[in-house]
Structures are given as C-alpha cells and as structure tokens.
Design a protein around this ligand. Structure first.
Ligand SMILES: Cc1cc2nc3c(=O)[nH]c(=O)nc-3n(C[C@H](O)[C@H](O)[C@H](O)COP(=O)(O)OP(=O)(O)OC[C@H]3O[C@@H](n4cnc5c(N)ncnc54)[C@H](O)[C@@H]3O)c2cc1C
Ligand SMILES: NC(=O)c1ccc[n+]([C@@H]2O[C@H](COP(=O)([O-])OP(=O)(O)OC[C@H]3O[C@@H](n4cnc5c(N)ncnc54)[C@H](OP(=O)(O)O)[C@@H]3O)[C@@H](O)[C@H]2O)c1
Length: 547
C-alpha cells in the first residue's frame, strides 16, 4: 500500500464503518457510506432513531440534551431537510418536534437505512487495532443496554476500517459555578430537565442564559409565573423566526450576502435586529456583535419584555439563601426558582483522550472533523460544532465528506497543512470571539467542505445551463439541495426542487395548493435572468467576485 493510500485509509474492497449514534448525523452518515460503497454499522444506545428529536417524557439513561413538549424548530423546514429528501408539503414552515422526528423516520425508510442500525447497543470503547500503524483500523467494544426484557449485557468487540462519531454535541448540561448557589433554598434546574411551566405558576423565577433555550423557557414560564428575570451575560441578539412579510429569516442566508465585506454584514445584521426590537430599550444590548455574540431566535420574548413579564438582568455575581445579587449591584429576593439555560459541554467518553482530548480548546479537529494528529484519515467526528445558521446542512455535508475520505476518493492534505489550518483557525477564533470555539458559520463552512467534495455549485457554470437556477443559487436562500446539483451523488430532482423550495415552504399555510406554473412562469424567468446577468456582470466588474 502506498503512503497516499494509507492516508486515504487503504483501498480494500468493502470497508466496514462503525457509526456511533442514529441521530441526524448518524442517519446522514449511513446514507453517505452507502453512496460511497462502504458498509455502515450504526450503533444506537436507545430504542429509536432521531437523537435529540426523539422525545420522551423523562430523559433516557445516558441521554445528553432533551427537547421539551412545546419545542418548535428555529429553522425552516427547507433548512432542516436533507439535500435530496424534501420535507412534506403538509409540514408548516417551522416544525413542531414531532414533525422533525417523523421526517427523520421517513428519510430512514425511503433510503432503507433501518437495517444498518443496531438499536439498544451502546458503544463503550474505541481504540486502535493492533496493526493500526499500518492499517488505520479500529476496535469497537459495544454492549447491549439492559432493559426489562434483556438482561444480557455482555460486551462484544469488532474490527472496523473506519469510525464516524455521531454521538451528539450537547452531551452534558453545563451549570456555571456561581458563589452561593449551594446555599440557595429555591428550586435549581437546568433547561435539559425543563418540560413545561406548570410548576412555576405564580412563582418568581430566574432564567440564566441568553440563547435559544433561555428564550423559549423564559417566554413560556412567563405565561404563568408572577415574573421571570432573564440574566444575560453580555447581552443577546434577538432574531424573530419571521422577517417582514412573514418571510423566514433563514432565507437571508444567501451566497450574494455571504460575499459582502464582513463590516457591512455586521452593520446590516445589527440594523435588522434593532429594527425588530431596539435592544437598548429592552435591556438586551451587549458588547459583542450579532455574528459572534449570543443569539436568541424567539418570537414571543419581545412581547413578554414589553409587558414586564420578563425583566432582563446582568450576570449573577452571587446567590443568597433566597435571591441573587447581580454584577451591577442590583438584587432580587424571594426568588422561588432558577433555571440554568447555560448550554452543554461536549463529551465523547468512549474515545481515549490521546485520540480526542477532553478539553474543547485542545480538540485539534481538521475542519472541525478529523483529529489532525492521527496518522490515518479513518476517524471523523460529525456534528461537534455549534453553528451560526442552520445545523442540518453542516451535519449532512460533513457526513458526505467523511464517507468520501474513507472511500479513498477525497484524500486529506498532509499533516503539516492540517496543522497550518488549525493554527490559522485558532487565531481567527481568538481574534473574533476571544477564545477557541467550536462555532462555524453555516454557509461559508458548507461551501468550503462542498469544494473539497466537488459539489459546490458555481454561478458561472450554472448560468449557461439554466440561468434561473444560477440566479436562485446565488441570490436565493442557500438550501441544502444546492449541494446535489453538481458533483458526485447529485440528485436528478435537485434543480426542480431548488426552484420550488421557497414555494414549498408555504405549501401548508396557503389557502389553496399553488399551481407549479405560478412559480416557474416563463416571463418571470426571463426578466429575472436578464436582471441577474446585468447585476452580476456589473458586480463582478466592480468588486471582482470570482463566482
Ligand atoms: C433543545 C434543542 C433544540 C434544538 N432545536 C433545533 C432546531 O430547531 N433546529 C435545528 O436544526 N437544530 C436544533 N437543535 C440542534 C440538534 O442538536 C441538531 O438538529 C441535531 O439533532 C444533532 O444531531 P446529532 O445526530 O449530531 O446528535 P444527537 O441528536 O444528539 O444524536 C446523537 C445520538 O447518538 C447516540 N449515542 C450517544 N452516545 C452513544 C453511545 N456511546 N453508543 C451508542 N449511541 C450513542 C444518542 O443516543 C443519540 O441518539 C436543537 C438542539 C437542542 C438541544
Ligand atoms: N426552539 C429551538 O429550536 C431551540 C430551543 C432551545 C435550544 N435550541 C438549540 O439547542 C442548542 C443548545 O442551546 P442552549 O440555548 O441550550 O445553549 P447555548 O446555545 O450553548 O447557549 C448557552 C447560553 O448560556 C450563556 N451562558 C453560559 N455560561 C454562562 C454564565 N456563566 N452566566 C451567564 N450566562 C451563561 C451563554 O452566553 P455566552 O454567549 O455569553 O457564552 C449562552 O447565551 C442550540 O443548538 C440551540 O439552537 C433550539
């Protein structure tokens, strides 16, 4: 085997891939492996697929994050779909968790993924095979999870060519160490254990955190509590799901905007947020800009703030027996409960720390996926990222890339180049956020991986083939389907779906079904194409974009 074959993980015929977890990432990985001719074996510790989206009244053993009954997706159905499997017409633009879960089941059924999943089997340990130095192979120890019907939990060890870690990013609830918390006599909960506001009726409650869980929990509890204090560290940027005309805010994620200079994007975002709600007047302003600060996608909290049911406070300095003191010197007393909506820590306990360090700052994942220190590209971590933008497209494109690397079609660069990427990414993070972080911006990140995969659509290449499609790809919302237009494993229905996707978003909310010719009218197309071509040529001349 040549050294380049080794980096590609070898070239044997059917390569076995262990996939840990059957959430969104695990499902995307099974499908990607099948597309690449690999043999996936997926282990899921629970009795159902979906990961976070599989709701149970009580958290399941070993479960990380949970969702609550009232949870509605913060991204549109189009941005929460796999690239070649559109969401159903009956689904509303924003999905209750039940519909996300049924979509995942339908995806698994359609592509016959279920037969590759072993349910009720936990991965306990993954380590290098004896001949790892030459083969890059892995040993995986699994054990059935004990249930009332199955008491046999004897472990089993198997050899795999490659491993895809899809065990979820939100592993352990994080509660900050705040002085005095242990003395506080009220209820203390993490948003992971929150499941409805009933127990807070008439109570004085504080929610700590400035992101999506904090927004959802504070807005819901405020419906029944006497008052909710929302303690935010350095402000938060509030985004409604819907912009003007009920257009989903998701639809602002466009290649044309992406290519604007960063300073202009910041100004535009700031203006958009403040146009919805003046952040200073409602106590949400902070020092960070909306790209890198806390963001909260929420449509109700503004009304609760405006009616005094939610009151913002700065970060808690210390708790007392019955209340809290804040960093600005203000205090609250007779506080009944504190809900920490302060997020989660990543934990991948089945991998040794020399493969994947425990500390996020030391992770050293090339392009947030491949442990850069390993001599073989046979292990990938999927979904170990936070996203500024929708996460589904990121999980899917990562899965496709990992499978393509494992099949030998997409070799990774040499170790020195990977280290160079890590160094420059660390510096970028530190200068922008002030620390090493797992955050990525959805569109630029996906574009980068899509380039590696050969599936990044090019405006100029699409223009002669189908000008309207080129227009939509560059100026329209960057839907996941765009990554099935060109390159390996493209989907024959992709172009048509790109043209229908905006219309499909509203398919369940319109009074009557729309006729296809409405959105594909020849006149509209001609006008748009002429307009687009002129704009793009002008733009190209002025700022020299290279699309
Ligand atoms: C409260 C909440 C709300 C969210 N809302 C949205 C939203 O509106 N829109 C959106 O796009 N995203 C949302 N997300 C993000 C969500 O995490 C992703 O959409 C996506 O579900 C992540 O999928 P995953 O497969 O990477 O991880 P998970 O969904 O966490 O799946 C991991 C799977 O791995 C299994 N597993 C873990 N360890 C082992 C082991 N040792 N052995 C075997 N199996 C194992 C777990 O049981 C689980 O099934 C939300 C997240 C949370 C926490
Ligand atoms: N409806 C929905 O779709 C929905 C609802 C809930 C959650 N989610 C998703 O679930 C995932 C987890 O979200 P999350 O909101 O639980 O966690 P998160 O996004 O990690 O946010 C944690 C929040 O806690 C704050 N925080 C952390 N430490 C703190 C401290 N010591 N004091 C004060 N504040 C502190 C953070 O502030 P800093 O920014 O300053 O660190 C941040 O605002 C995300 O992907 C989110 O999109 C979606």
């Amino acid at each position: 085997m040549t050294s380049s074959d080794k980096r590609r993980g070898g070239m044997e015929s059917t390569r076995k891939v262990a996939i840990i977890g059957a959430g969104v990432s695990g499902l995307a990985c099974i499908k990607a492996c099948l597309e690449e001719g690999l043999e996936p074996v997926c282990f899921e510790q629970h009795d159902e697929l979906g990961g976070v989206w599989y709701y149970t009244d009580e958290p399941r053993p070993n479960q990380g994050a949970t969702i609550y009954k009232s949870l509605v997706s913060n991204r549109t159905k189009e941005m929460m779909s796999f690239s070649d499997f559109p969401q159903p017409k009956e689904a509303p633009p924003f999905l209750p968790y039940t519909q996300v879960h049924s979509y995942l089941r339908e995806f698994a059924d359609k592509f016959e993924l279920m037969k590759f999943i072993q349910f009720g089997v936990q991965v306990q340990h993954i380590w290098r095979a004896d001949d790892y130095a030459t083969s890059g192979k892995w040993m995986v120890r699994t054990a059935p999870v004990a249930t009332d019907n199955n008491k046999n939990t004897s472990p089993q060890t198997s050899l795999f060519d490659s491993v895809m870690v899809c065990s979820g990013h939100f592993s352990k609830p994080f509660v900050p160490k705040v002085p005095g918390l242990e003395e506080f006599t009220g209820v203390v909960q993490h948003s992971r254990d929150y499941n409805g506001a009933e127990s807070f009726k008439g109570r004085k409650v504080m929610v700590v955190g400035g992101a999506n869980s904090a927004g959802d929990v504070a807005a819901e509890v405020a419906q029944v509590a006497s008052v909710v204090y929302l303690s935010v560290r350095d402000g938060t940027w509030l985004f409604p799901r819907l912009a003007g005309g009920g257009k989903p805010r998701d639809f602002c994620i466009q290649r044309a905007r992406q290519n604007l200079p960063e300073w202009l994007k910041r100004i535009l975002l700031r203006r958009q947020c403040n146009a919805f709600l003046d952040h200073e007047n409602y106590g949400l302003e902070g020092c960070k800009d909306p790209i890198y600060g806390s963001t909260m996608i929420n449509d109700e909290i503004a009304f609760r703030l405006a009616t005094g049911k939610v009151v913002t406070r700065p970060v808690v300095e210390r708790f007392t027996r019955t209340g809290a003191v804040f960093t600005d010197g203000s205090k609250i007393d007779q506080l009944d409960a504190v809900i920490f909506a302060t997020g989660y820590n990543v934990a991948i306990p089945f991998l040794e720390s020399d493969i994947l360090p425990r500390d996020v700052g030391d992770l050293e994942l090339y392009k947030m996926m491949f442990p850069a220190r390993l001599p073989h590209s046979t292990l990938a971590v999927i979904g170990c990222v936070g996203t500024i933008g929708p996460i589904f497209p990121v999980l899917e494109i990562q899965s496709r890339w990992a499978a393509r690397v494992f099949s030998g079609h997409c070799p990774l660069p040499d170790p020195q180049s990977m280290q160079e990427w890590l160094r420059s990414n660390r510096e970028k993070c530190k200068s922008k956020i002030g620390r090493v972080s797992l955050m990525v911006c959805t569109l630029p990140y996906c574009e980068d991986i899509a380039q590696e995969l050969g599936v990044r659509p090019s405006f100029w290449q699409l223009l002669p083939r189908d000008p309207y499609l080129a227009y939509l790809v560059y100026f329209g919302p960057a839907f996941p389907t765009h990554y099935r237009l060109v390159g390996p494993h493209r989907w024959a229905g992709a172009a048509r779906h790109v043209k229908m996707a905006v219309s499909n978003t509203y398919s369940a909310t319109r009074k009557s079904a729309q006729k296809p010719e409405d959105c594909l009218s020849a006149k509209v197309t001609i006008v748009k194409v002429m307009f687009t071509s002129l704009c793009v040529i002008a733009l190209g001349i002025v700022i020299g974009i290279s699309y």
